[in-house]
Ligand binder design. Structure first.
Ligand code: NAD
Length: 331
């Protein structure tokens, strides 16, 4: 099939080309994201392959349909950027990558947590300048501390397992609790207890209307003073302005983000030579106890290989009229 690949980075090309050696589709790469201004590039392609910050809203989907596109293949797990109802109305199928490597994201969350706790980012900058002072680098033992996991699905459970290995007391909150989480040796807790007890909170639930700003001023005011917050899930789970206030007052002891509410248009691009007009991100970056990575938690060889192979397999299923294993539909 003819596939227009949007937001294509060098690593996308490398891994999609490798996976396509077997799949045999025709891939056309576009570095620009899919949106209302670029959708024309997809004309004549049976499928579009998109990523987290591409926009497949109703207008874009309508234009895709007019151009002959019948399949939207997300090369990611989240699908909050696709209007599923509009796609269904237009007869456009949507597939995603349900399961690639929960280890990739969970391990990155652990890396962020350890970096923010032990001030690795600050130490790295200091020692490059031969500054071996330890002032301001005090951390705390993870062993014996309470870690809260919000969203105990595939990634949350891997994260919990690693934290249990550190000797932490792991508590969780999920709208749909799973026995697998408890079988690890963790337990479920109500939001009130999470606020009171957690030394670290890590977010692993999807972004939905119910989880938008799940970390807001009220939740932060009830959190243990000095707690660390880690978000590798979706930016809008956090009310960023409220988090900045909590950092400023010391209520929040540290923040590590791989995702950001307004990341579209910023992340996945080299903007080092430009002036960033996003004042909220500017302020965040100035805090010594904040680390931001640019949505890279998924970026391991294992995860990207699986993402590319699964995406092209879904396209082949569509082409050959087979049931779509990874279809996501409006319900
Ligand atoms: P999953 O579906 O296995 O788990 C999500 C869990 O969240 C489920 O157990 C679900 O019941 C729970 N949940 C749903 N609504 C909730 C609510 N209101 N409150 C609490 N919990 C709720 O998904 P996963 O594979 O573990 O992925 C989790 C999230 O990680 C994805 O939705 C995505 O946003 C994010 N993610 C980020 C990256 C990255 O590179 N940073 C990569 C992949 C996934």
């Amino acid at each position: 099939m003819e596939i227009a690949v949007f937001s294509a980075k060098p690593y996308d090309r490398e891994y999609l080309d490798a996976a396509n050696a077997e799949a045999g589709h025709h891939l056309k790469y576009f570095e620009v994201p899919l949106d209302s201004t670029t959708v024309g590039l997809a004309a004549g392609h049976d499928a579009v392959c998109i990523f987290v910050n591409d926009r497949a809203d109703a207008a874009v989907l309508e234009a895709l349909g007019q151009g002959g596109t019948r399949l939207v293949a997300l090369r990611c797990t989240g699908f909050n950027n696709v209007d599923l109802k509009a796609a269904q109305g237009l007869g456009i199928k949507v597939v995603r990558v349900v399961d690639y490597s929960p280890n990739s994201v969970a391990e990155h969350a652990v890396a962020l947590l350890m970096a923010i706790n032990r001030k690795i980012h600050r130490a790295y900058n200091r020692t490059r300048d031969f500054n071996f002072s330890l002032d301001g680098l005090m951390g705390f033992d993870m062993c014996g501390k309470t870690v809260a996991v919000i969203g105990t699905g595939k990634i949350g459970r891997v994260f919990a397992r690693i934290m249990l290995g550190f000797g932490c007391n792991v508590i969780g909150y999920d709208k749909f609790p799973s026995p697998e989480f408890e079988a690890l040796g963790a337990r479920y807790a109500e939001p009130g207890e999470i606020g009171e007890c957690a030394d670290t909170i890590s977010l692993h639930c999807p972004l939905t209307p119910g989880t938008h700003h799940i970390i807001d001023a009220d939740m932060l005011s009830r959190a243990k003073r000095g707690a660390l917050l880690i978000n590798t899930s979706r930016g809008a789970l956090i009310d960023t302005e409220a988090v900045i206030d909590a950092l400023r007052s010391g209520q929040l002891g540290g923040l590590a983000l791989d995702v950001y509410e307004q990341e579209a248009g910023l992340f996945f691009r080299d903007l080092s030579g430009t002036i960033i007009t996003d004042d909220v991100l500017q302020r965040l970056i100035t805090f010594p106890n904040v680390i931001v990575t640019g949505h890279q938690a998924f970026l391991t060889r294992e995860a990207v290989t699986t993402i590319c192979e699964t995406t092209l397999r879904s396209v082949t299923e569509f082409e050959t009229g087979k049931p779509l294993t990874n279809e996501v539909s409006a319900s």
